[in-house]
Design a protein around this ligand. Sequence first.
Ligand SMILES: [Zn+2]
Length: 205
Amino acid sequence: MNQTVSLRRCFREPIPEIFDAARYLDAAVSAHLNGKNNLANELFLLANDPKIWEWTDSVWGKRGFYVTVNKLPNKLVTEKVPSRMPTTKQKYELHKRDGYHCRYCGIPVIRADIRKKLKKLYPESVVWEKTNASQHAAFQCMWAQYDHVVPHSYGGTNELENLVVSCAACNFGKMEYSLEELGLIDPRNFPIVQSLWDGLERLNS
Ligand SMILES: [Zn+2]
């Protein structure tokens, strides 16, 4: 029997506003490095678009319309390794391999360390508090995560081969479900996005 299952690369296609915001953030960092702090501030404000917040929330939020789970009855896991966050060295290796784009939906990502540095420099425009709603929409959406492609509950390891750089929405939207249960295609089957986006890392150079 030939069953047609529609598989997807990500839960929801990214909206153009995300890429617009990435351009604003990129320009903001350039402005900052050129000593144009007022301009940088304005650009950080422009990137904080509520439409982006809505996109992220629609994927990782509780009433997510875009995440559908077809729970499988049997988990054939014989050995489960303890869940572990990647080390600093592993994160470095992952960015060296994957660059600064989500391996699922392809949007640009930014490491939390870069965001924290910018928040200190621009506390009025790079806002980031505890609640989701009080976080800068673009930095939240583009918050770099290190996703276990095969989750621990399915025997996934902490090795680099099982980890990919991802955005916050794709990572948190997956929860502990398998790709099969979520109807997602293994992101490792696709080439890595090549672009000039540097994750704003030049702030550190
Ligand atoms: Zn993503």
